[in-house]
Design a protein around this ligand. Sequence first.
Ligand SMILES: Cc1cc2nc3c(=O)[nH]c(=O)nc-3n(C[C@H](O)[C@H](O)[C@H](O)COP(=O)(O)OP(=O)(O)OC[C@H]3O[C@@H](n4cnc5c(N)ncnc54)[C@H](O)[C@@H]3O)c2cc1C
Length: 390
Amino acid sequence: LATVEAELRSLATDVDEYRLALRNWLGDHRQDLEPSRARNHQEHIANGLQLSRTLWTAGWKRVGWPLELEGHGGGPRHRATYYDELGRAGLEIPDTDFSIEVIGPSMYHFAPELAAAYLPRLLSGEEAWAQAFSEPEAGSDLASLRTRGVVVGDEVVVDGQKVWTSHGHLAVRLLALVRTGKSDSRHRGLSALLIDTDTAGLTRRPMTFASGIDEMCETFFDGVRVPTARMVGAQDEGWTVAMRMLQYERSMYAAQRQAWLGVRLRQLLAYLADVGASGDAQPAIGSAWLQLQTVRARAIENVRRLEAGAEIGPEASADKVLLARAEQSIFEIVRHAAHSGFVFDETAEDWRAGWWYSRATSIFGGAGEIQRSIVADRVLCLPRETTGGR
Ligand SMILES: Cc1cc2nc3c(=O)[nH]c(=O)nc-3n(C[C@H](O)[C@H](O)[C@H](O)COP(=O)(O)OP(=O)(O)OC[C@H]3O[C@@H](n4cnc5c(N)ncnc54)[C@H](O)[C@@H]3O)c2cc1C
């Protein structure tokens, strides 16, 4: 085992060697990694955690994370390679890995001690965590959120409600954004807290999608007491933490998602052949493939920039728009080409769920209109829209 560990650590210095070694290992162990068919979202999350545990224990998933987090060293390029190779092997990237990329790097950056104490449990697949930012009246306008966090001694007492928390009802901890400043403090009065979901006063209610999948939840906080030591970043500095997280949500997420969409596109070709779909879909398939390659090219560039320690900045909004377009294009092909079978066939269940989910890709992590506005204002520096006349 010591030799394997030493080899993995050395791979953390060379991305290409890591890629090849991981690819070979996945090729040898692919059968053992095949998940059992999930009958509900809980089983789907459990399958993902199991895959993570296996790959963490074998050492592959530790590459890309620092030694302080029980990793083997390396950086974002290794992690992107890991996701790419999972996709290449036809393995679904666990949902919890999306939380890892959104929460992990920022938590390590702003709260290294807290990260060292807790983050390995998330990275290793021991626990699922979720990101609780959105509220019923605070989605696009996140700075208007109202969940209160009152600091009393060495505790923060939290009251309020969160909504749309992906797999939040299955999570052991939530990374929540609460208002510790005055009610009109907007983005200047927010703090980020790591909250255990079994804390007294916290209740969760699963929410079921139109697809029938209970993928998310709403969470109610009634006098929930959280140690101030669980603050990620300084008090009232939560906006900076959230913006750094969103940067990863809009860039590394694209790197992960494109890897999985590459798999879906390959599966799509097989499915269309199975159901005898006509050749009419070919232009749409070509177009979706091109869209996906665009996302991939951008993702590679962004991951290189993350590796170099650069800020991704507002350009990540363009990636989010491109990714949503590619995902929706892929699933629209099935809907059109499989005709009524798409709606009625039992065998199309997985494609239907994918189609429903694709509709949400232009909403979560910042809706399409918001992303386009960011690109217009902050990347292209176009003149701001005015509402009045001349
Ligand atoms: C599948 C899914 C998973 C999610 N997961 C999470 C999660 O894990 N954690 C979390 O915290 N949240 C999560 N969300 C919530 C998500 O971040 C919000 O839905 C999103 O930010 C939009 O907010 P909203 O739903 O309140 O819509 P609103 O903000 O009410 O927007 C409604 C519509 O108005 C448009 N709009 C709003 N303001 C403007 C403006 N200024 N200019 C132009 N158009 C505007 C929007 O683009 C949108 O089309 C998830 C959502 C979905 C669908």
